[in-house]
Design a protein around this ligand. Structure first.
Ligand code: NAD
Ligand code: GLY
Length: 369
C-alpha cells in the first residue's frame, strides 16, 4: 500500500492507494476517526459489488454503518438528493461525531462530500473512489458540489476529506468506456506537470503495450504506479493552491472546450472524461495556432493522446455556434474574457486569457467538420 499525504491550509490527510484496501476501510478509518455512526453513500452499480466489504470492515472496526444507495448518474447530483441524505442521516441519529463515506465514482464523491460539508455545519467524510477518474481526480482536493438546473457543479464548496481509500482492485469491474474516460484525466497530469511522466507514457507505447482499456489488463503494476503519480501531482497542486486562486487552474487543461462540448450536447453525448480528451486535443490545436506550442511538440502530444485514448466521433448534429455559445458560460471566465489552459511543451502549460475568438472558432470548426 502507498500513502500519499495531501497538505492544504484547511487540512492534512492521507490518500491510501493499493490493491484490496476496501476490506480494510474500517481499520484505515480507525487511524483517523473515533468509532461512531457512519453513513455510507453509494450507487446502484457500485453497492452490489462493494458495499458489503466496506460495511463489514467498518463494523469490525467498531463503527455503526448505515447504507444509502442512490440511483447514480449525473442526474442524482442535486440539492433534492442531498436533502434525502440529510433526512437519512437525521433519522439514523448521526451527530457531529459521525462520518460520511462516499463509496463510488465522482458523482457519489462530489454529492456525499457536499452533504458532509453542510450537514450539522460539517462532519468528516471519507472518499472511497471506485472509478479511475475519481481515484486520480475527484477524490483528492476537496471540491464538493451538486448541480443546478442552470449548470454543473454550481453549488458547492472546498471541503477536504479526512482520508481517501483508493482500491485499484475495484477497477476490474469498471466498464471500458468509463476506464477510458478516467485515463484521459490521468494523462492530463503528464501533460500539465511532468515531462518525465509524458515520456514514460510515450515509451509505454513504443514497447507496444496496447493502449486504452488493455492497459488495465496488461499493465496492472504500471497502472498503479501511474495512478500514484497522478495523485501525487494533484496533491501537490492543491496543497499549493487549495481554492483555485491561481496554480490549481491548470487542472482545468482541456476543460474549457470540454465543458462547452458537454453543455452543447445537454450532457447526454460525452462522458466527462471523453469530453476532456477531446478538449485537450482542441487545446493543443489552439496552442499551435497561437504559436505558444511548437509544431513538433504539438504532434508528439497529439500522437500520445490518440494512441492512449479513445475519442467519440464528433456529434453529427452539433453546430459550431452551439459550442461557441456554450464557451461563454464557463466558470473560469474572467469578466468577458475566456480563459484556456494551453500546453507550452510536453509537461508544461500556461494560462491564456482572451485569445482571438476567430482562432478559437477555427479550432471548433476544424473539430466538427
Ligand atoms: P460516476 O460516478 O457517474 O461513475 C461512472 C459509472 O461507473 C457509474 O455508472 C457508476 O455506477 C459506475 N461505477 C463506478 N465504479 C464502478 C466500479 N468499480 N465497477 C463498476 N461500475 C462502477 O462518474 P465519474 O466519472 O467517476 O465521476 C464524474 C463526476 O465527477 C462528475 O459529476 C464530475 O463533475 C465529477 N468530478 C469532480 C471532480 C472534483 O474535483 N471534485 C473532478 C472531476 C470530476
Ligand atoms: N478537477 C479539477 C480540480 O480539482 O481542481
Amino acid at each position: 500500500m502507498f500513502t500519499i499525504r495531501v497538505q492544504t491550509p484547511s487540512g492534512r490527510y492521507p490518500v491510501f492507494l493499493g490493491r484490496g484496501l476496501l476490506k480494510n476501510t474500517g481499520l484505515l478509518l480507525a487511524g483517523q476517526l473515533p468509532a461512531g455512526p457512519v453513513l455510507v453513500v453509494s450507487d446502484k452499480n457500485v453497492a452490489p459489488l462493494y458495499a458489503r466489504q466496506c460495511l463489514q470492515s467498518l463494523q469490525a472496526a467498531g463503527y455503526k454503518p448505515y447504507l444509502k444507495v442512490l440511483a447514480g448518474g449525473e442526474q442524482v447530483k442535486t440539492l433534492e438528493t442531498a436533502a434525502g441524505l440529510y433526512t437519512r442521516a437525521l433519522q439514523a441519529g448521526l451527530d457531529r461525531r459521525a462520518a460520511i463515506v462516499a463509496l463510488g465514482g465522482g458523482v457519489v464523491g462530489d454529492l456525499a462530500g457536499f452533504v458532509a460539508a453542510t450537514y450539522l455545519r460539517g462532519v468528516p467524510y471519507v472518499q472511497v473512489p471506485t472509478t479511475l477518474l475519481a481515484m486520480v481526480d475527484s477524490s483528492v482536493g476537496g471540491k464538493v458540489a451538486v448541480n443546478h438546473p442552470l449548470g454543473k457543479n454550481l453549488i458547492g464548496s472546498f471541503y477536504q476529506p479526512t482520508l481517501v481509500v483508493s482500491d485499484v482492485a475495484a477497477l476490474k469491474t469498471l466498464p471500458a468506456r468509463e476506464f477510458n474516460a478516467g485515463l484521459a484525466e490521468l494523462v492530463k497530469y503528464a501533460l500539465i506537470w511532468d515531462r518525465k511522466f509524458f515520456i514514460d507514457l510515450e515509451n509505454l507505447q513504443q514497447k507496444n503495450i496496447p493502449a486504452g482499456n488493455s492497459l488495465l489488463h496488461a499493465a496492472q503494476p504500471r497502472l498503479l504506479k501511474y495512478i500514484r503519480r497522478a495523485i501525487r501531482i494533484k496533491g501537490e497542486i492543491v496543497s499549493r493552491d487549495e481554492r483555485e486562486n491561481d496554480l490549481r487552474r491548470i487542472l482545468n487543461f482541456g476543460h474549457t472546450f470540454a465543458h462547452a462540448l458537454e453543455a452543447a450536447t445537454d450532457y447526454a453525448y460525452y462522458l466527462h472524461g471523453e469530453a476532456v480528451a477531446c478538449g485537450m486535443l482542441l487545446a493543443v490545436r489552439l496552442a499551435e495556432l497561437l504559436r505558444v506550442l511548437e509544431r513538433n511538440a504539438a504532434r508528439r502530444i497529439r500522437t500520445l493522446l490518440r494512441r492512449l485514448l479513445k475519442f467519440p466521433p464528433p456529434p453529427p448534429a452539433l453546430k459550431p455556434q452551439a459550442v461557441a455559445k456554450a464557451l461563454f458560460y464557463d466558470k473560469k471566465k474572467e469578466g468577458a474574457a475566456l480563459v484556456f489552459i494551453l500546453p507550452q511543451a510536453a509537461g508544461r502549460v500556461l494560462v491564456c486569457k482572451a485569445p482571438p475568438f476567430n482562432i478559437v472558432q477555427q479550432v471548433i470548426d476544424e473539430y466538427l467538420y
